[in-house]
Design a protein around this ligand. Sequence first.
Ligand code: KIV
Ligand code: ZN
Length: 386
Amino acid sequence: MPSGMEYVEIFDTTLRDGEQVPGCKLDSATKLKVAEQLDLLGVDVIEAGFPVSSPGDFKAVQDISKLVKNARVCGLTRAVKKDIDVAADALKAAKRSRIHTGIGTSESHMRYKFNATPEQIIERAVAAVAHAKSYVEDVEFYAEDAGRTDNEFLARVCEAVIKAGATVLNIPDTTGYCLPEEYGAKMRYLKENVKGIHKATLSCHCHNDLGLATANSIAGIQNGARQIECTINGIGERAGNTSLEEVVMIMRQHPTMNLDTRIQSNMLYGISQLVSESMAMPVQPNKAIVGSNAFAHSSGIHQDGVIKKRETYEIINPTDVGVTESSIILTARSGRAALAYRAKNIGYELDKLQLDKVYQQFLIVADKQKEIGDEDLPKIIKASNI
Ligand code: KIV
Ligand code: ZN
């Protein structure tokens, strides 16, 4: 890694926050397959599940703990002794493990979920971290709904759990409420005001209710956080979590941020397909990085540019994320350059006059058809009488 560059840890929660979405439930064999791929992808932490929630989830965390070679395996708990005992048991076989425990800290969570005073919340947080610490060295604490938690109180909670041994402080924007500037300022505030903060890593966990999860996570790392919690394809509760492929490629494409991850980016497309197929959760075609249109060009102006020089309309080399090549889609909005390019790909070299004629015929067919495929081109060329 070049000097001055710092690592941002990637905490993947596809198998926990992602899998808890209705319809996304995976059987244990598929969970293991996804976990294996995440490990090869180079994520730093795999949140494998919520062991106390069901015997199936317990077994999945146990099996993933046995399987994973490089990443740390993490289990979620509430700030409840039994949850922590069960998680510790499920994680026993992991080479490196982490217990992720926490409690709600916003006004609304304290009042309506826990009917507890701020002091009682701190007490429960500290007790949970101390108990988890009796099992594992690496304990991550989440302050649920930190996005809507008063910063001064949040800093008090963080200070108390660091004293109890927390190694990572997760600051979730659970409801996806924050603006990037606000979320970044929250991280900065904690970095500057929590005693002992140098002993812990600040972590971003952003939900996408306003479409800001990626922007908020980036604001978080620009203000001192060094872990991002994310999922493949951005799946997760409601509108989803921060999408792993987006934050990874933002750091790669902006080296001046001086931040990078250990992710093997050329595996991104493959793992996106694996997660989408196993969860029967289609990826929207215009999804950044891994959508089917992410490297597809269909307007004549763009196609002409890309054929001359790919970089005119692409900021990422598709092979860097595991997509074999950019595609030139033929529609009624395409121009002659695209038509000549696609015809040449299947063996037709057209001179200028021929191209003019074929193009007129192409437009007639393209106006009737959404897209023109390779199989249509010979017919169009034949009908042009060239
Ligand atoms: O969104 C959230 O607050 C969570 C926590 C359980 C970490 O998923
Ligand atoms: Zn979440």
